[in-house]
Design a protein around this ligand. Structure first.
Ligand SMILES: [Zn+2]
Length: 464
């Protein structure tokens, strides 16, 4: 179908949505039975690419729950729903084609919400699982989110909004990374809270319809999807303020009635609300997850040093460090990074940062011998320049290192671990080679437990 005709078709669908409020669901049902994808400038491969990049961004910014039992359970629900032909992508002639690579993750978050990104990723907040009364309601939320992906609503919205710059941009991008960044430059964002993930009432009617079909195919009572939305609406009244799930997925009007009409059109069958028998146990598990996860990336693997010390000998100094950490000497000079394997965090841009461990090096001032206070200040300014979020904490303390006067400065910055502030303790000593320094790095939540180790390292430092 020519794009222009598709637009007309969608315009008609929108008109129908307004009529519905007066006439009941019958007209919309006829319209929905012939679902057609909206106008879209993106390829399905670009949907997948955007989703992949945006999901990595979500994983960096939100608290992803890593619980094998929970993940296994949600994947069982996902696979059940994937059996439906309504889980397949919708062609312009209404036929169903390939399957998007769906993935599901839980975010530790008190807001009742769930969202999907183009091309496959689905995120469900812990509060949304806790708010469901039964497995069918949770399956309904997942089916509804899968439907936005299948019907390609976010890229459809972006296509309608930016008809000028978008076609050229999409034609020029090569496969690979960076599509999200290029779209952001023309004002199109797909990450959480993007306007493109707040859906129109027409999109909602379509996702309800498609999702209800998926639920029915999987044997879940589709009415539970409508009941879940109704429960949230009731909660909204009590809690004041709109639950985010409802502001992103607004009621297209008579949600329950529309789904009820849809079920009547389907062959009669027995529906269940729980298929796995595990829902209550899983909801219990979610309600008792730790409130915060100190290290988003490796929450279940403690990285704290838990053994003896061993010694590292540089050319001009030696020191002791935790035996279960590894020393990585720099290519030149006396630079060395010492960290546990889990302390090295790969970033989205391919670079790695040290989230946990220590770095040793010299700062060599230009044109004069090192001076403790002045060059410590200069070093801190240099660190601040490479890390705009860094700020200085408590006032520097005078200490002694290997019998020499030294300064201990405390800095704060953003940790590469999710939702963590980082503590950087900088120890500086004047040496003939320049200003010798050690930076101890740890996420703030872990700092108290490693402070003792850092002190042992400081007292072990010897100069040749
Ligand atoms: Zn929705």
């Amino acid at each position: 179908m020519h794009p222009k005709n598709r637009e007309q078709k969608r315009a008609r669908a929108a008109g129908t949505a307004i009529l519905l409020a007066m006439l009941g669901a019958a007209g919309m049902q006829a319209e929905l039975r012939e679902l057609r994808p909206g106008f879209n400038l993106f390829t399905t491969e670009q949907d997948v690419q955007i989703g992949k990049e945006a999901a990595a961004e979500v994983a960096r910014q939100a608290r992803v729950v890593r619980n094998p039992e929970l993940d296994r359970y949600l994947n069982v629900l996902l696979r059940k729903l994937e059996q439906s032909r309504y889980a397949r992508s919708l062609e312009s002639d209404g036929a169903r084609a390939g399957m998007f690579p769906f993935q599901i993750h839980v975010l530790s978050d008190k807001n009742i919400n769930a969202f999907s990104l183009p091309g496959g990723p689905i995120f469900v907040n812990t509060a949304a699982i806790a708010a469901a009364e039964n497995e069918a309601q949770l399956a309904g939320v997942i089916a509804h989110e899968m439907s936005h992906i299948v019907l390609r609503h976010p890229t459809n919205q972006a296509s309608k909004r930016n008809l000028v710059a978008l076609p050229a941009l999409l034609a020029s991008v090569l496969a690979g990374n960076g599509l999200l960044g290029q779209l952001a430059q023309i004002g199109i964002g797909f990450t959480a809270n993007s306007a493109l993930l707040k859906f129109s009432r027409t999109d909602e009617a379509e996702a309800d319809y498609n999702g209800a079909e998926m639920m029915a195919d999987a044997g879940y009572n589709p009415m539970e999807l409508a009941r879940f939305f109704e429960r949230l609406e009731a909660k909204t009244g009590r809690q004041g303020g709109l639950i985010q799930f409802l502001s992103d997925h607004p009621n297209p009007g008579n949600r329950a009635e529309a789904i009820g009409d849809e079920i009547r059109e389907l062959p009669r069958r027995r529906y269940v609300v729980d298929e796995t028998g595990q829902f209550r146990k899983i909801r219990e598990l979610v309600q008792h997850l730790p409130a915060t996860e100190p290290l988003g990336r490796d929450a279940d693997e403690p990285v704290r040093p838990n053994g003896g010390l061993r010694s590292y000998a540089g050319r001009t100094f030696s020191l002791a460090y935790p035996a279960d950490w590894q020393a990585h000497a720099g290519a030149q000079g006396d630079a060395v990074t010492i960290a546990p394997a889990e302390g090295i965090v790969p970033g989205a841009d391919g670079r790695v940062s040290i989230g946990y461990g220590m770095e040793v090096n010299y700062y060599v001032p230009q044109g004069h011998a090192a001076e403790l206070q002045r060059d410590t200040d200069a070093l801190i300014r240099q660190l601040e320049q490479s890390n705009t979020e860094m700020r200085i904490g408590r006032e520097a303390r005078s200490i002694r290192v290997a019998g020499e006067p030294a300064l201990l400065s405390t800095l704060y910055s953003r940790s590469p671990y999710r939702n963590q502030r980082e503590v950087d303790v900088l120890v500086t000593v004047v040496r003939p080679q320049g200003l010798f320094y050690v930076v101890f790095i740890a996420p703030e939540s872990q700092f108290d437990s490693v402070q003792g180790t850092f002190e042992k390292v400081v007292t072990s430092i010897k100069f040749e």
